[in-house]
Design a protein around this ligand. Structure first.
Ligand code: ARG
Ligand code: GLU
Length: 764
C-alpha cells in the first residue's frame, strides 16, 4: 500500500527537478504523460468486449492469469455469463450449477423486508431455506444476463453531420436506432438495448435475457448483514456481512418463464468457483458489474460548481432533515423501525457527498483539472484545425456553467426539499397528478393511476409520522425561502408563513387542515367518484401548495435549466472527442452508465491522513470490539459470539487463525457495483463488493489511486456464515470450493520432480 501513496509524489518531485534543469517543452510533455499514466493506475471502468484490445496486457502484468477471452467471450462460456444485473440497480453473480445467486444484503433488502412480519421477521432473524421447496418467490424482481455486446456506432451515427442542430442530430439518431432495432428482430426472450458512450461519440448494442422467477434462498440477520449500519457506512475498518442468496428459476427449456411451481433451477453457462485461499496485500482483484454513473471528464468549471455550490447545498438540506428524523428515532423504538430504511437512504448520499467534497479537496481535483486543461490547450495550439474545433470549449463551458448555476442550484433545492425530504409534498403532488389525468384521459386515466397509488399509499402511511414530517416541513421550507436561489421558484411561501406567524405555525395549520397526512381521510376521499374527489383535492391547502410550487418551478426553472443543460451536453460530446483526439497516449474508458464493466486492481490498504494507515483486511475480532449488546447498529447474534469464543471456524479462517470479514482494493467502483463479484487472478470468487471508503468517494469525479478503495466482504466470511452460523451446509455443498493458491504451490513444487522424472526417463 505504501508504494501506491508514495510513487506519484516522488515522480512529481522528480519531474519538477528535470523541468527546472532542462526547461524543454518536449520533456515537459513527456513528463506529463508519465504522471498521467502513473496516477491513473487502478482507475477505469472498462468495457468487457474491449479488454483484449485495451487492457489484457496491463491486467496480466498486474497478476491476472486469465486471458481477456476468459473474461468476456461471445463464442464460449466466460466469466461474463455468471454476472447478472440485479433488478436494474445492483449486481449479482451465479455461484452454483443450479442458478444460486449471490448479491448484497442491502440489494435484497426490499425482498427480505417484503417477506417479513412482526411474527416472522426475516430482517431480524435471518432466513435459510432448508430445501428448494422453501425458497421464497418475489414479485417485482428480475435479473438480466448479457448475451453479447456490439459496437453499432456506425449504424447509429449514419447521416450525422457537424452542422446539425442538437434536435436534428437526436432525431436522426432516434430514427437510425428504431430502424436498426426493427431490422434486428431479436429471437424469443432476447431484448435489445442501444446506449450512448463517451458522451454520444460511440454507441453499443446490448443483447440481453431477463429472468423473472427469482427466489430468496438465504439471508443473515441484520446484525450481520447490516452490522454497523449508518455509522459504519462508507467507512473502514468495516465488519459487515453484506450478502444475501437468491436462486434463478427457468422453464424446463432453461428459458425465462413467469413464476410457476413447475419451473426448475436455472442451468448457467458459467458459474464462479469460490476460493478458500483468501487474499493478501497486492493480490490481483477484478470487479465485474454494473456501475451506475460517474463524471470523470468534466471541465474544471463543472467540478468547482459541484464542490463549492451544489454538494454543500444538498448536504446542508439533508443535514437538517436527518437531525430531525434522528432525534425522533432515538426517542421511540416504533419510530426507529418505521424510519430506519428511509433514514438509511437519505443518510447514504448525505454522507457520500461530505466524503466526496473532502476527497476532491484533498486530492486537489481542481489543480489536477487545471493542469490537464492547460496541457489540452497547449497541445491544441500545435494543430490549427484541432484548435479551431476545440480551442474555445473550455471558455464556453465556463460561461455556460456560470449561466446554469442559479438554475442548477434551485433545481437541487427543489428536488431535495419539495420532492424528497418533506414526505407529504410527494403525496400531495400525486393528487395533482390524479387531477391532470382526469382532465386529460377522464375516468380511465384517473382510475389507472389510482389503482397503482392505493397500495403505495397503504405502505406509505404504515411508516409515516405526520408529527415528524411537520417539523421537517417547517425547517426545510424556511430554508427554501431564505436560500439564495431563484425567487420565482418560491411561490407565496414567504407571505403564507408571515401570515401565520412563522414557519412552525404555518406547518401546523397545513398539517391540521389538510386531508393528505391522514390515512383514513385519504382513503375515504379516494373511494368517492373521481369528480367529487377532485373537487375536494382542489380545495386542500397542501395539494394547492404542491401545485403552486411545481408550477412555479416549471415556469421559472426547468425549461431554462433543460435548455442550458442540452447545450452543456452538446459541448461535453465535443470535449470528449477532443480529449480523445489530443491525449492519444491515454487509454479512455467511458463514464459509467449502468452497463456492464470490468475494473481491475489490487488488494491494498491506504493512508487517508497523517499517521493513519488502514490494513487491507478486517477480522471477526474487530466486530467483537465494536459489539454493543442490544444496540440497533452494533449488536451481534449469540450464535456468532459462541463461534468466536470457541474458535469454531472450520475451513474459513485465515492463516493467522482469524476469520476475515472485509478487505480493501484499488478497484474503481461506484453505486451499482454493489453485489459485484470480486474475482481472483484465476477466475474464482474471493469477495463481494458493497461499498467504498469515505475519503475515496470522489472517485466518481477524480479517481486517486492513493486513497480510493472499494470495500468487499471476504468470500470466506460468507461461507462461514452460511455453513457454521446458519448450518446451511447443503448450500455450501452446492458450491464449488477451490484452492487456487495452494494448487499453484503444489504445481510449482511438483515441477522440478516432474522434470527430474522426464530426465530419468530420457536417460533410462
Ligand atoms: N454505501 C453503500 C452504497 O452506496 C451501502 C448503502 C446501504 N447501507 C446503508 N447503511 N445505508 O449503497
Ligand atoms: N453501496 C453502493 C451500491 O449499492 C456501492 C458503493 C459505491 O458507491 O461504490 O451500489
Amino acid at each position: 500500500m505504501a508504494n501506491n501513496t508514495v510513487l506519484p509524489l516522488t515522480i512529481t518531485k522528480l519531474t519538477i527537478k528535470i523541468i527546472m534543469l532542462k526547461n524543454s517543452r518536449i520533456l515537459l510533455t513527456l513528463c506529463f504523460i508519465f504522471i498521467l499514466k502513473i496516477s491513473y493506475a487502478g482507475e477505469g471502468m472498462w468495457l468487457p468486449q474491449l479488454l483484449k484490445a485495451l487492457n489484457e496486457g496491463d491486467m496480466q502484468s498486474m497478476g491476472m492469469k486469465m486471458s481477456a477471452e476468459d473474461v468476456y467471450s461471445v463464442n464460449q462460456g466466460s466469466l461474463k455469463d455468471a454476472i447478472v444485473h440485479f433488478n436494474g440497480g445492483c449486481t449479482s453473480e451465479i455461484i452454483s450449477s443450479e442458478g444460486l445467486l449471490l448479491t448484497n444484503h442491502h440489494c435484497g433488502y426490499g425482498q427480505i423486508q417484503s417477506h417479513s412480519s412482526v411474527e416472522n421477521n426475516l430482517l431480524k432473524n435471518g432466513f435459510w431455506a432448508k430445501s428448494k421447496k422453501q425458497e421464497l418467490p418475489n414479485d417485482n424482481l428480475e435479473v438480466t444476463f448479457i448475451v453479447r455486446i456490439e459496437d453499432v456506432s456506425k449504424i447509429v451515427l449514419e447521416g450525422i453531420t457537424d452542422q446539425m442542430s442538437t434536435k436534428e442530430r437526436q432525431s436522426q439518431i432516434d430514427k437510425n436506432i428504431a430502424s436498426y432495432k426493427q431490422r434486428m428482430r431479436p429471437i424469443k426472450h432476447e431484448e435489445i438495448e442501444i446506449k450512448p458512450f463517451f458522451k454520444g461519440n460511440q454507441y453499443f448494442m446490448f443483447v440481453t435475457m431477463t429472468y423473472t422467477d427469482v427466489r430468496l434462498v438465504g439471508t443473515p440477520p441484520e446484525s450481520i448483514g447490516k452490522f454497523g449500519s449508518d455509522t459504519d457506512n462508507w467507512v473502514f475498518p468495516r465488519h459487515t456481512g453484506d450478502f444475501s442468496l437468491f436462486r434463478i428459476y427457468a422453464g424446463t427449456d432453461n428459458m425465462p418463464a413467469d413464476y410457476s411451481i413447475t419451473n426448475v433451477p436455472f442451468k448457467p453457462k458459467h458459474f464462479l468457483p469460490i476460493s478458500l485461499d483468501g487474499v493478501e496485500e497486492g493480490d490481483f482483484t477484478l470487479v465485474f458489474g454494473y456501475p451506475g454513473r460517474t463524471n470523470q471528464y468534466l471541465p474544471s468549471s463543472a467540478v468547482a460548481q459541484t464542490m463549492n455550490v451544489l454538494n454543500p447545498a444538498k448536504i446542508e438540506i439533508r443535514d437538517k432533515a436527518l437531525k430531525i428524523v434522528d432525534a425522533a428515532m432515538r426517542s421511540d423504538e416504533a419510530i426507529r423501525l418505521q424510519y430506519a430504511s428511509k433514514f438509511a437512504r437519505i443518510a447514504n448520499y448525505w454522507k457520500k457527498w461530505i466524503g466526496e467534497n473532502q476527497g476532491l479537496k484533498k486530492s486537489d481535483a481542481m489543480g489536477r483539472k487545471h493542469k490537464y486543461e492547460k496541457e489540452f490547450i497547449t497541445r491544441l495550439k500545435a494543430d490549427r484545425t484541432m484548435h479551431g474545433k476545440y480551442g474555445s470549449l473550455l471558455d464556453d463551458f465556463e460561461k455556460l456553467y456560470k449561466e446554469i448555476e442559479p438554475y442548477a442550484l434551485t433545481r437541487d433545492y427543489y428536488n431535495e426539499i419539495v420532492r424528497r425530504n418533506i414526505e407529504i409534498m410527494t403525496v400531495a403532488s400525486y393528487m395533482n397528478r390524479l387531477e391532470n389525468l382526469y382532465a386529460n384521459n377522464g375516468a380511465t386515466g384517473y382510475n389507472g393511476f389510482k389503482a397503482r397509488l392505493e397500495p403505495f399509499l397503504d405502505n406509505f402511511y404504515k411508516n409515516y409520522r405526520p408529527e415528524i414530517d411537520q417539523k421537517v416541513f417547517a425547517s426545510l421550507m424556511e430554508m427554501y425561502v431564505d436560500a439564495d436561489i431563484l425567487d420565482g421558484a418560491k411561490g407565496d411561501l414567504a407571505a403564507m408563513a408571515k401570515k401565520h406567524g412563522g414557519f412552525d405555525k404555518y406547518a401546523q395549520s397545513l398539517f391540521e387542515s389538510s386531508f393528505v397526512p391522514n390515512k383514513n381521510q385519504m382513503f375515504k376521499l379516494l373511494s368517492a367518484a373521481p369528480k367529487m374527489a377532485i373537487e375536494s383535492m382542489q380545495k386542500d391547502p397542501l395539494v394547492q401548495l404542491a401545485k403552486q410550487l411545481s408550477d412555479a418551478y416549471d415556469a421559472n426553472v426547468s425549461t431554462e435549466y433543460n435548455n442550458l443543460n442540452t447545450k452543456i451536453n452538446d459541448l461535453m460530446r465535443i470535449y470528449m472527442e477532443g480529449q480523445m483526439e489530443v491525449f492519444t497516449e491515454k487509454k479512455f474508458f467511458p463514464d459509467a452508465n449502468s452497463t456492464m464493466r470490468v475494473s481491475y486492481g489490487k488488494v491494498a490498504g491506504y493512508s487517508p491522513r497523517d499517521a493513519v494507515t488502514y490494513n487491507p483486511v478486517s477480522y471477526l475480532d474487530g466486530a467483537i470490539e465494536k459489539y454493543v449488546p442490544g444496540d440497533y447498529e452494533f449488536d451481534i447474534p449469540k450464535k456468532l459470539l459462541n463461534l468466536y469464543e470457541t474458535k469454531d471456524y472450520g475451513q474459513y479462517a485465515d492463516s493467522n487463525g482469524k476469520v476475515p470479514i472485509c478487505f480493501l482494493g484499488t478497484n474503481h467502483t461506484t453505486g451499482g457495483n454493489s453485489g459485484s463479484p470480486v474475482i481472483d487472478a484465476h477466475g474464482n470468487l474471493i469477495g463481494l463488493n458493497f461499498d467504498r471508503v469515505w475519503e475515496g468517494t470522489m472517485s466518481d469525479i477524480n479517481y486517486d489511486a492513493s486513497i480510493c478503495r472499494n470495500i468487499m466482504v471476504d468470500a470466506r466470511y460468507i461461507l462461514f456464515i452460511v455453513d457454521k452460523f446458519a448450518g446451511a451446509t447443503h448450500l455450501v455443498k452446492e458450491m464449488k470450493l477451490v484452492h487456487p493458491k495452494k494448487d499453484a504451490k503444489v504445481i510449482k513444487m511438483d515441477a522440478p520432480k516432474k522434470k527430474e522424472k522426464r530426465r530419468k526417463k530420457r536417460r533410462g
